[in-house]
Structures are given as structure tokens and as C-alpha cells.
Design a protein around this ligand. Structure first.
Ligand code: FE2
Length: 190
């Protein structure tokens, strides 16, 4: 595993986390969710010389996807999203649970984490995972119906909790955590 730099940007009134993942050696980069393409993110990419080749969309809620169009005016990046009809953001690559792809020598695996929305997926890089709004530090994403909440808990249990304890979780809102901490202490799973 290469030493990636992960930079978090907190955007929109929902305080959504957008992340830029970059490889200082190759200059490769990607963005996880773009709720808002802020001048701060634009400057960061420019100053670091990062050319994002991918936009990974954890789910198509406006606070995670509304800035993609603006980012694509500056950069030619492929939007990777779940293969589903849910959501309106155009995609370039459509993925499903178990799909894998290479990013700067790292193997990235797509994990199914729907429930919060039907198109929820997580992206596992080995040492860390982007969980979108499926799993937060001490909480899970909001759902409108009981059945969706139960589905969310189920997909987090089956897709994320089997990952190694030390896997860092970068969620769609709030601070990072680890798989081990959430499996042991997240009250939604007691
Ligand atoms: Fe969401």
C-alpha cells in the first residue's frame, strides 16, 4: 500500500465530508463525494498539482453530489457510482458490491452499504474505507423508514464489520473512526 494523503473538506450547511486522496509519488488523485466544489478544494488541487482521475460517489444525496458538475469543469474525471437507477447525477463507471479497481497501485474494493439510500456504497482501500452516510463515529445515517434502518444496519454488519479492526473509517459526516471502535462501541449495533 502506498502512502496516500487524505485531505478532508467540510462543505455545505450539512457539514458533509468531501475527501481528496492523492499519491504524492505519482501525482495521481481522486475525490470522494463533491457536495460543493469550494475554492478551498480548487486551490488545494492546484497547489498540490493533483489531477483527480476519479470521483467516487458514496451516494447521490445533494450534499454529496451537487459539486461534481463544477469540478468536472476544471478536471476530466470519471464519476464512479453504484449501478442503479436511483439518483440523478450522471455517472461514467457503474459498480456493484465486490467490484475492484486499481488506484495508483492500490486495490480498491466496492462494498454494498445501502439502507440510508438505495445507492449507498463504500470504497475500501485496504487500510481505510469511505463509508458515506452508512456508518459514522457512534452513529449511522438517517433513514425515513424502519425497514431502511434495519437494512442499513444489516449492510454495515455484512460489508464493513468484517474488515480488520484497525481499518480507518472516513465517513460522510463527522470525524474519522475505526472499524474496531464501531463494532465494539457504536450503540446502534448493541
Ligand atoms: Fe446522505
Amino acid at each position: 500500500m502506498m502512502g496516500f494523503e487524505i485531505k478532508r473538506f467540510i462543505v455545505t450547511p450539512m457539514l458533509t465530508n468531501n475527501y481528496v486522496v492523492s499519491d504524492p509519488i505519482s501525482g495521481g488523485g481522486l475525490v470522494v463525494d463533491v457536495g460543493e466544489y469550494t475554492s478551498e478544494m480548487r486551490s488545494y488541487l492546484k497547489e498540490k498539482g493533483i489531477v483527480p482521475e476519479l470521483v467516487l460517489l458514496t451516494h447521490d444525496h445533494w450534499d454529496h453530489s451537487s459539486g461534481i458538475e463544477d469540478l468536472l469543469k476544471d478536471h476530466t474525471a470519471s464519476v464512479v457510482k453504484k449501478a442503479t437507477n436511483w439518483g440523478t447525477t450522471p455517472g461514467d463507471r457503474f459498480v456493484k458490491h465486490g467490484d475492484e479497481f486499481d488506484f495508483c497501485g492500490a486495490n480498491v474494493k466496492v462494498l454494498e452499504t445501502h439502507g440510508h439510500t438505495p445507492d449507498g456504497i463504500s470504497f475500501w482501500f485496504g487500510d481505510f474505507v469511505f463509508s458515506g452516510d452508512a456508518l459514522f463515529a457512534g452513529a449511522v445515517g438517517g433513514t425515513g423508514a424502519r425497514a431502511d434502518h434495519i437494512t442499513e444496519l444489516s449492510t454495515v454488519r455484512s460489508s464493513l464489520f468484517p474488515l480488520p479492526d484497525g481499518t480507518i473509517v472516513y465517513p460522510g459526516h463527522g470525524p474519522p473512526t475505526t472499524i474496531g471502535a464501531e463494532r465494539c462501541f457504536n450503540p446502534f449495533f448493541f
